[in-house]
Design a protein around this ligand. Structure first.
Ligand code: IVH
Length: 672
């Protein structure tokens, strides 16, 4: 393939990938498989590597390619980003309509959902995505382009050719509820505190320094405004439709996400509908926005000091309840994280009884200035975890005691520590703090980890009390006589079941063993990726931070956590005992046979020395993913996989035949 052909193919692939991206993320109607999509992406990546001058910052490959951003520059908005005046009553809405009808006469209104996320302004020049800026103070915001580029619902090139040369599109960056729940499930699994609500989490995600991490978090976007000096469409509703045609994720009229009316009854019907149905939406909304449709009338109505006269937000009442705080307890998690929990006088809140609510961390206690016996306001944050949002200070009982965050662990009395930059306090007594140990053991035996039949939270408690269990490795030293000796309830059958369950767990695959170890930040998915990429625990224990971060899904935080884990003497001792017990510390060859088909139809020539694989290991890995290994480079070779010390003759041959040469890192990416 010469340069001209490559350029044509790059254009073709870009168009195809953008089209399929749009079908998937905007229309939710994919037409090709993920595998096929990844193959097209891989082909484009390869071409861009081979012809670096064809790489474009707006290429589909660059969604996730951004470098670490140290700071976000301040940028002035070309059109200020206004905010809306809020109302909480329908009377306010009626007044808003009357005011406009008095000034103008009858007009058409557009009703939209008020997405509860983070406002963003997206600039396009000649149809190309140029930059993304936060709202900031409305005049100036922060540029977060690299992070926003990862949001698949945002087009990097506009579709069609009827867009203005300079265009600004406004919308809201959000988490869908499903994605937010996935994110939290992964956090809980990795021993971290779940995030409180989708909006704050979206705001936090957009300010992360690593765009790759932002990409993994899978944010979404809805558009609610289009701005340009060159618009001939003068209806807001039609402009939103136009934005849809240009490739944006916009509200669908067919789902009543956006509607037009010329009277107040139409507005109220829309409000009623969404007040009733908002909980079934895939994302959080906190109200309805009502806008005058005609842009010329909008101009005529103009602005007050900070918000337009042509729009108003009707906000839904957040579902809240008032109740008494009985006391605050401090829970110790498996990683030692201390979470304050409000124990409440039970109260009904959106259909469920709430008895406890999260107080998250020490800062939150200070912010609320919480006292025992306070009348507190609880709210379902993003309709997920109940949370204490406020205190009725006037109702405070006399002599009420302020709630203090403890300085020592409520369970083992060890002084707590707070890691710089983190909001959470930890009990550092990993190997001596009872709830940390028992929760780690519970995690170890759980179904997705070592899956030990016959054991559960309660039995762990009994074994702990009896002094038989101080560490996960003690499990494998348990003898049937010891269990039988525990007395009532510990018969032959139950004791034998536990011993059998332990024996059976020795066949659990390495990836589950790795997850079972309970390394902070290493959840199920990450454990799987690491196990497959690294192959054995021995290898993992000796990897450097650089090597670890080369593994898919592993960032700095995870890498550091892994290194710290293996550096701890106690953990090494436990691992030694688990090894002696016969647990699987490496990936099984027979497992490798069925690892995937990412490399199906591809032939590799392997050359040089690799960091994470032996020469045989890398060949097996290729075959385990459906690829073939050949001894010499020919025109039928798809890739040369080069380690260090690859011979110059081979390199020259590859170049001559136009066979792409990839390194180990690239290879790991291919196999995911
Ligand atoms: S219109 C001048 N429409 O609410 C009008 N805003 O206080 C500018 N928002 O910062 C905004 N959904 O982040 C508009 N359908 C919608 C919206 C919406 C959510 C947010 C937006 C803005 C805030 C307004």
């Amino acid at each position: 393939m010469d340069h001209r052909q490559a350029a044509a193919r790059v254009r073709e692939l870009t168009t195809q990938l953008e089209h399929h991206n749009y079908l998937y993320y905007v229309l939710a109607r994919p037409e090709i498989s993920d595998l096929h999509f990844d193959q097209l992406m891989k082909e484009l990546e390869d071409l861009e590597n081979r012809y670096p001058d064809l790489a474009d910052p707006n290429s589909p490959t660059q969604r996730v390619g951004g470098d670490i951003t140290k700071e976000f520059p301040e940028v002035r908005h070309r059109f200020p980003m206004l905010s809306l005046s809020n109302s909480y009553s329908r009377e306010d809405v009626v007044e808003f309509v009357e005011r406009i009808e008095k000034a103008i006469g009858q007009v058409t209104f557009v009703m939209e959902l008020k997405y509860d996320g983070v406002a963003i302004s997206l600039s396009y020049r000649d149809g190309r995505f140029e930059r993304a800026v936060t709202r900031g103070d409305g005049e100036k915001g922060e540029e977060i382009t690299a992070n926003v580029r990862t949001v698949r619902a945002i087009p990097l090139h506009l579709h069609g050719n009827d867009h203005p040369a300079e265009l600004e599109v406004r919308g809201e960056i959000i988490y869908t509820r499903a994605q937010f729940e996935r994110l939290n499930a992964a956090r809980v699994e990795a021993g971290e505190e779940p995030y409180a609500n989708p909006r704050n989490t979206a705001a936090g995600t957009l300010k992360l320094q690593d765009p790759k991490e932002v990409a993994r978090r899978k944010l979404d976007n809805f558009i609610y405004g289009v701005q340009s000096d060159e618009l001939d469409i003068r209806s807001h509703f039609e402009l939103i439709h136009k934005a849809h045609i240009w490739g944006f994720h916009t509200p669908e009229p067919s789902r009543r996400f956006i509607e037009r009316t010329d009277n107040v009854d139409g507005i109220m019907a829309f409000i009623d509908h969404w007040d009733k149905h908002r909980h079934s939406l895939e994302m959080d909304i906190d109200g309805i926005v009502i806008k005058v449709d005609d842009l010329d009338i909008q101009d005529e109505l103009g602005m007050t000091a900070k918000s337009p006269r042509w729009a108003i937000a009707y906000k839904f009442q957040a579902e809240q309840a008032l109740t008494r705080l009985e006391r605050v307890t401090f829970q110790v998690g498996r990683t030692g994280a201390i979470t304050p929990v409000a124990e409440l006088d039970p109260v009904q809140l959106s259909g469920t009884t709430v008895k406890r609510a999260s107080l998250f961390n020490a800062d939150q206690l200070v912010r609320l200035d919480l006292h025992v016996g306070d009348l507190v306001r609880v709210e379902k944050a993003g309709e997920i975890i109940p949370q204490v949002v406020g205190v009725e200070k006037d109702e405070r009982p006399r002599g009420a005691q302020r709630v203090h965050f403890p300085e020592t662990c409520p369970e083992c009395d060890t002084p707590l520590v707070r890691i710089e930059g983190e909001a959470q306090h930890y009990c550092p007594n990993e190997h001596g703090c009872p709830p940390q140990i028992t929760r780690r053991i519970e995690h170890f035996i759980s179904r997705r980890a070592m899956d030990i039949e016959g054991l559960g939270g309660e039995t762990v408690g009994v074994l702990w009390e009896a002094g038989l269990l101080r560490n996960v490795a003690d499990l494998y030293d348990l003898r049937k006589e010891q269990l039988l000796a525990l007395g009532k309830g510990w018969g032959e059958k139950k004791s034998q079941a536990i011993i059998d369950g332990l024996e059976k767990s020795k066949a659990i695959p390495f990836e589950q063993v790795l997850f079972a170890l309970g390394i902070r930040h290493v959840g199920e998915t990450v454990a799987k990726k690491i196990a497959r990429a690294v192959g054995s625990l021995d290898h993992l224990m000796h990897m450097t931070k650089e090597e670890l971060t080369a593994v898919d899904e592993v960032g700095e935080v995870i890498a550091e956590s892994i290194i710290d884990f293996f550096a701890a003497e106690g953990n090494r001792a436990t691992i030694g005992r688990l090894r002696d017990a016969g647990l699987r510390f490496e990936v099984d060859r027979t497992e490798q046979q069925v690892q995937g088909d990412q490399l199906k139809g591809l032939t590799f020539v392997v050359s040089g020395v690799f960091e994470n694989f032996s020469r045989d290991g890398i060949k097996q890995t290729i075959e385990a993913h459906g690829g073939k290994v050949s001894g010499s480079i020919s025109s039928r070779t798809n890739y040369v996989l080069a380690g260090t010390d690859m011979g110059p003759a081979k390199r020259a041959k590859a170049e001559q035949l136009g066979v792409p040469v990839i390194d180990e890192k690239e290879f790991m990416r291919m196999i995911g």
